[in-house]
Structures are given as C-alpha cells and as structure tokens.
Ligand binder design. Sequence first.
Ligand SMILES: [Zn+2]
Ligand SMILES: [Zn+2]
Length: 375
Amino acid sequence: MRMVNGASNSASGRTTPPLPITANTDASKDFAEARLDFSPGLSYFFGRLDKAFLEPGSHVSLASLVCAMAVAVLVLAVRRYRKGRRLRLRTLWRALFPRRIVMSRSSLADLGYFYFNLFLFGIVFGWALLSYDVVSHGVAELLTAAFGARPPTALPAFATRAAITALLFLAYEFGYWLNHYLSHRVPFLWEFHKVHHSATVLTPLTNFRVHPVYMCIFLNILALFIGVANGFGNYVFGQMTHDYVLSENNIILVFFVYVYVHLQHSQVWISFTGWLGRLFMSPAHHQIHHSRDPAHFNKNLGSCLALWDWLFGTLYIPAAKPQKLSFGVEPDRPDAHTIRGEFLAPFAKAGLIIRQLFERRTPALPLAAPERKQA
Ligand SMILES: [Zn+2]
Ligand SMILES: [Zn+2]
C-alpha cells in the first residue's frame, strides 16, 4: 500500500512560527500559499480514483463494470425473449437499478465503506500489512538452503509464466476461502465480517463493505499464501518467474472480475449448476451466501471458484430458477448502516468476546487461602 507524501507532517514535531502582524511581507505570503497548497491531497485523491476506475485490471475498473452490466443485460434479454416478452429500456433500467435498492440506507453505508477503503485504508492500516515479496524471497531461500539450488528450467518462458499465473490464482482463491471460513467460524472474526453481511441489499459497491480489521487479516493471509506459492514456484523453476498481470493484478482474477464477480453483489440471478456449479462461484452462489435462510448459513465461501467449497464441504449449488432471498444480519437493529453500528460496534463486541475468553480461562481465586503448616 502506498502512503501519501507528506501525510505525516503534522506528526513530525515541527512547530509553525507565529505570523507577523504586517500581512504583506514575503514570509506571510509564502506561509499563506503553503497553507492553501492542497495539491498533494488532491493528487492523491485523483490518483486513487484514476487507479481504481481507469486502470483496466483494477477490481472496480469502469471497463469491468460495463462488461458486467453487458452480461446482466444479455441474461435478462434472453430470459424475456424465452418468455416471449419484449425488452423495453425502461424495464431493463428498473431491473438493473431498482429505486428500492439504489436509495436504501444499506447502499449509502456501502458508499461510505467504498470511500474509506479506497482513500483511507492504506494511510491508516498500511503499516499492518505483510509484504508478499518478503515472504516469497524467504520461502525461496529456505527451500534452497534445505534442498540445494535448482538449475533454471528448460521450459519456455510462456509455459513457466502460465504455470505461475495459475498457481498464484489458486493460492489467492485458497487464501480467500480460508480467511472467509475463519471469519464465519471464529466468533471474534465474525464480529468484523458481520459488517459485510449486514447489507440488506446487494450492489457491486457491497464488495467494499468490509471492516478494516477484516481487510487487514485478509490481506495478510493473502500475502502469506501468494508469497509461499510464488517462492515455491520460483524455486521449482530455478529462476524468478512472473505471473501474467493486467494493472498488477493476476490476469485470471481480472477475467473473472470482468465476467461475473461484480454481479455476485447484485439482484441479477445467474446460477451455475452441475459440474460448472462445483467449480465456479456464480453470482447466485454468492447471493445464497448472503441469504438469511439458515440452510444457506456458512456456505459458498469462495471468491471466483467454488472448487475449495466443493472440496471442503461448504458448497451449496443454487437452483437454476431465480430464488427470492432476503439479506442482512439483524437488519432491524437501530444502529444498522451507521458509523457506530458498522465501524465502531465490531471493536466493542470483539473486545467483549476476548474478555469473556480470558475470564473463563482465569481460575476463580479461593475465598480463603489455606493455612501453611510449619515444618
Ligand atoms: Zn461471508
Ligand atoms: Zn458478499
């Protein structure tokens, strides 16, 4: 994560000299200009926007959003055609952007988290993130020390790069699945992940509705798994091998973002069944994951693939026909979708869980200490 240039100025201990009484001196002019210089902040703001929306490999690129919308339009058009109904622009608009969803308090909270995670997360929590490069080098060096150096592979470069691309994608998916599984099973972690599940409507912005503590744990687990996989791959091939990327993101992951990842947080029902449903996490798979039906709890924890869910018994293949689902954990609590409820309360609730854990482990003191017998 990149830190903002000059963000730590206020903490550097420098004190501002007092302003002279006469305002028109050069010194006071310089000072006023310096105080009005918003350029580092603005360039950071626009830089982040540019990176997020205009870079083609970004998780939220405009190109991928347009592509996801085209997929949704195509599916809705085919569905209406099969029913012998005409596709009107107004019907399509209402199906894709229902007023009930766009104007909901849940969507507003999604927007707040989108802002936080796009602009502030790196500044506030960048220090807490493990470096994937450090892990990768460490693993490669460890394997070399244990088993000796390997000669560079004779395979063509495209084959080793393709292999490492697939390996890193699988490592990402497994890291994602494991972190998600733990977030559902460990009560302390659930308090932070619950924020994502408290969304009562799903839009592509819901993808950003994640608490920073969840995000920190997730990114560190990813750095660990991807770093280990990369270090292992580099050792096996006897040389540094890079995966195929688009805007620094694994190309296979980018492919899924373009095709259906955005639609996992939407009301458009696209379901994969049969063998396809065992391998890929269709939009309906993830909508099931958000469902309030107890039969759907703790199911479909993967990101793009359903493979790990299938292997570890957490898969729920959705029906082919659209299902009516309701979303949200404790949707009627008064602080739902507020900063207090979705940002601060998880700290307090998770803290309480830790406290209870310690209280249970600490044995109760005896009321009166037994008297020691003199020898
Ligand atoms: Zn979840
Ligand atoms: Zn989700």
